[in-house]
Design a protein around this ligand. Structure first.
Ligand code: URA
Length: 277
């Protein structure tokens, strides 16, 4: 089938994959090709002539999302318990960042270029919690700096707020549920969310915002235990004892621009709460 693809079709397929988030030719985990070919050599019958060209090693089955991302011999409970202990021991944001950088249970760390901790002003009245870094965020080590991030800046700019504003009433503080980029921007697994959640809780406590904005379904799943952003958005919730507003993720808005109307109404809702109305 592949030989019959013309140039335009191949390009369209590639663009479609990029649109889905498959922006890099990487797998879920590292593959040791040397070990694979050594195993294939060992399995070859001893009578085989060395002149016979080596058959290509059998391709490892494509891995889907890891069911148990914790290290061998450890339970998911160990990973969460260690995250809780590390997070609780962090007295400030710098220490929390260090604790996360040293946390070894999340496999995503191995494939990421950078830990993406936060951006904006700690102490801002509004803290945005997104999903996970994408390609540009992973490269730069900052949340929401790609296309979706530029839209996020425009959206909040429309109500006079920005990550650079020195005034806490106009400032934003931004983080994600996961600090490491999932391969090919796949959704985080429940296990990955569970082990990183204690760090998010401590992050919120240390940044101490008046309001949280839950950007998109993954953030709602992690912090409310519920998905269904179309019904959740625009309705105030309580997360870690603070008012939290679910909103459409800007990446979703890029694909569904008609929904920007609802997001504008959510921004006005947030603005009126900030102004005590
Ligand atoms: N999407 C997110 O949820 N977070 C980022 O940092 C970038 C894109």
């Amino acid at each position: 089938m592949l030989e019959s693809l013309d140039h335009e079709t191949a390009l369209a397929l590639l663009e479609w994959q990029i649109e889905l988030g498959a922006t890099e030719a990487i797998g879920e985990g590292p593959v040791d090709r040397f070990a694979e070919s050594a195993a294939a050599r060992a399995a070859r019958p001893a009578t085989l002539s060395p002149a016979v060209p080596e058959a290509p090693p059998a391709r490892a089955p494509r891995q889907s999302r890891p069911a148990t991302p914790q290290r061998d011999g450890e339970s998911a409970g160990d990973a969460v318990a260690e995250a809780r202990a590390l997070a609780a021991a962090a007295p400030d944001l710098a220490a929390l960042r260090e604790a996360m950088a040293g946390y070894g249970h999340c496999e995503l760390k191995k494939g990421a270029r950078n830990l993406v901790f936060a951006d904006g002003q700690p102490g801002a009245r509004v803290m945005i919690v997104g999903e996970a870094p994408g390609r540009e965020e992973d490269q730069r080590g900052l949340p929401f700096v790609g296309r979706a991030g530029r839209l996020l800046d425009l959206m909040f700019g429309a109500i006079g707020m920005s990550r650079a504003a020195p005034d806490p009433a106009k400032a934003l503080y931004i983080t994600n549920i996961l600090p490491w980029r999932p391969p090919q921007n796949r959704d985080p697994s429940p296990e990955e969310i569970a082990m990183m959640l204690p760090f998010v809780e401590r992050h919120v406590a240390l940044a101490d915002p008046d309001f949280l904005v839950l950007m998109g379904n993954i953030s709602c799943q992690a912090l409310l235990g519920r998905k269904g952003i179309t019904r959740l958005r625009g309705n105030w919730q309580t997360v870690f004892g603070r008012p939290a507003l679910p909103m459409f993720h800007p990446a979703f808005l890029l694909r569904n621009p008609v929904c920007k109307r609802e997001s504008w109404s959510d921004l006005l809702l947030l603005q009126s709460r900030l102004e005590g109305r």
